[in-house]
Design a protein around this ligand. Structure first.
Ligand SMILES: [Zn+2]
Length: 283
């Protein structure tokens, strides 16, 4: 768990990495001018202390309190062994896990509902309902595009970390911010409260894509409204840099790639189909 105190201590260690790192679209790189973030005013009260970077026309602040909360949130959504996400009650609620009777053929050749229910989950892409043991875990932003996974997680946390606010389709309720807040509340709750909080989370409906037709992935232009969701603000880049100071470069990116927010259930057909998707430019 990070706190104002742990972040201060880490920053003051002589060898910690304080380089500013930036993400735009699918690229991730150190600041070309080699800028580093600072922790001014060592005498100030904890509530007012912030990391800073110089930006055009002023200084960007990230309060230590807020940085600690956001880093703790990102860590609580992280599944180091990402396949374990299938056992998370929150993830199961999001993706329609239930005990269901599935079709089986008898020895007499009759197709009917199974006598006993299966633990089952629908594929997020085509919607076919499969036994949980046959469902694969798909990285929505693939492991080869770590920067997009950071954008996805930061966008969902909102907190002005990406250029477009964390809202879903017009009129959709709840907004992505509210959804993320509910997910975090359920994850961080003790066992007694968790069931109630999980029940309040809205499910994510399958995309109902046809797995037998070609899929194209539109890679949004950074300037399009959709692309702006994944472009980090100065504050977002500062949080990314602090996250790397705390967890290391690979460690922090892994927290975003293997985040509950980036993991969806997929059948074998869709998982392969999705890996082969063509990336085309679009808005
Ligand atoms: Zn599928």
């Amino acid at each position: 768990m990070e706190s104002v105190q742990t972040l201060t201590t880490r920053f003051q260690l002589p060898n910690t990495r304080k380089t500013l790192v930036r993400i735009a679209g699918s690229s991730i790189a150190k600041d070309p001018q080699g800028a580093v973030f600072q922790l001014p005013n060592p005498g100030a009260a904890n509530a007012q202390r912030s990391f800073t970077i110089p930006v055009q026309g002023g200084v960007q602040h990230l309060l230590l309190n807020e940085a600690a909360t956001l880093l703790n949130d990102i860590e609580s959504l992280y599944f180091p062994n990402y396949r374990n996400v299938a056992d998370s009650p929150v993830w199961q609620r999001l993706y329609g896990y239930a005990q269901r009777n599935l079709l089986e053929m008898t020895r007499q050749g009759v197709v009917a509902n199974s006598a006993l229910p299966y633990e089952s989950i629908p594929c997020h892409y085509c919607g076919i309902v499969l036994p949980k043991d046959l469902i694969q875990i798909d990285h929505q932003q693939p492991q080869t595009h770590k920067a997009l996974a950071v954008g996805k997680v930061f966008h969902a946390l909102n907190a002005q970390l990406t250029m477009a606010p964390g809202v879903t389709r017009v009129g959709a309720a709840p907004t992505k911010n509210q959804q993320t807040a509910q997910i975090l509340a359920a994850i961080n709750a003790g066992n007694q409260n968790q069931q109630n909080l999980v029940a309040q989370i809205n499910g994510v409906m399958p995309k109902a894509w046809n797995p037998f037709l070609p899929w194209n992935r539109r890679t949004p232009n950074n300037l399009s409204p959709k692309g702006q969701r994944y472009v980090l603000t100065d504050k977002g880049n500062l949080l990314l840099s602090v996250g790397i100071m705390v967890n290391g470069h690979a460690g922090f990116l892994n927290q975003c790639v293997h985040s509950l927010l980036n993991l969806a259930p997929a059948c074998g057909t869709c998982n392969v189909h999705k890996s082969n998707m063509q990336h085309i430019k679009g808005a």
